[in-house]
Ligand binder design. Structure first.
Ligand code: XBP
Ligand code: MG
Length: 260
């Protein structure tokens, strides 16, 4: 049992509830500003999250919800990149306002990993700009240096469940999958990480709690804090987690068995 050499984090839904409280609100502001009466409430957005990528999600919404499988007018489809750019501007504003906090245990684990010499990376389908907006607002500008690799849609156009962004992150780290652990919150994210051969810790959120995560190494409700123990919800090693382990920390990472 040895410490992993690197931790690779998903961003949206894993580091913070950016989907519900960030991207969703920003999409709605962009729609309203463009004079569109589309309104993505929390429940609808949860269904739309089955499609990764903001532009792809808008295409999916137009095709399956607005035009119900019929042809989407070309001018509306052509307007998606501009709507997406506006969404990201609203998203940046929301982050600057501090609208979203990191999930429990995230900052603690990042700091502990750094102290233990574990390298950090990010693998996300969102953009580098959106990553920095979140990190700077929650951890300060210096946190940008904490992550050796930021693998995002800017580097890798293939969205999860494609493993491409994880494979890219590992290539940049020059590490094998056996030396890394992925952190995810969604089914598409878990599939991507597993296809890349990574042991994966899933922290579910309100959108993903009911997901199918049997292939995860460990599924918990959050990473845990000293005064806020996690609840183990599933995963390959769930039955073997020692009762003394109540959060994802260096001790748990060192204990985490290899995939059987
Ligand atoms: C995140 C996504 C993204 C965000 C919005 O998936 O699917 O599309 O919802 O970001 P993951 P963009 O957490 O698996 O990376 O609008 O930049 O796509
Ligand atoms: Mg996610």
């Amino acid at each position: 049992m040895t410490l992993p050499k690197a931790l690779i984090f998903d961003v949206d839904g894993t580091l913070a509830d950016t989907e519900r409280d960030g991207h969703r609100i920003a999409f709605n502001r962009a729609f309203a500003a463009a004079g569109l009466d589309w309104d993505w409430d929390e429940a609808l957005y949860g269904r739309l999250l089955s499609v990764t990528g903001g532009k792809e999600r808008m295409h999916h919404y137009l095709r399956d919800y607005v035009y119900r499988g019929g042809a989407v007018p070309a001018d509306l489809a052509a307007g998606i990149p501009a709507l997406h750019a506006a969404k990201n501007r609203y998203y940046a504003e929301l982050m600057q306002e501090g609208a979203v906090a990191l999930r429990p245990g995230v900052e603690r684990l990042l700091r502990e990993a750094r102290a233990a010499g574990i390298r950090l990376a990010i693998a996300t389908t969102t953009t580098g700009e959106n990553i920095s907006a979140l990190l700077i607002s929650t951890l300060g500008p210096e946190s940008m240096e904490w992550f050796e690799v930021l693998a995002s849609a800017d580097e890798v156009p293939d969205k999860k469940p494609s493993p491409a962004v994880y494979l890219y992150a590992m290539e940049m780290l020059d590490l094998d999958a056996a030396d890394c652990i992925a952190f995810e919150d969604s089914e598409n994210g878990l599939i991507a990480a597993r296809r890349a051969g990574l042991r994966t810790i899933v922290t579910v959120n309100d959108y993903t709690r009911e997901g199918e995560f049997g292939d995860a190494t460990l599924v918990v409700d959050h990473l845990g804090e000293p005064d806020l123990p996690f609840t183990v919800l599933g995963g390959r090693v769930a039955a073997r987690v020692p009762a003394t382990m109540t959060r994802v920390d260096s001790a748990l990472l060192e204990w985490l068995p290899a995939d059987d």
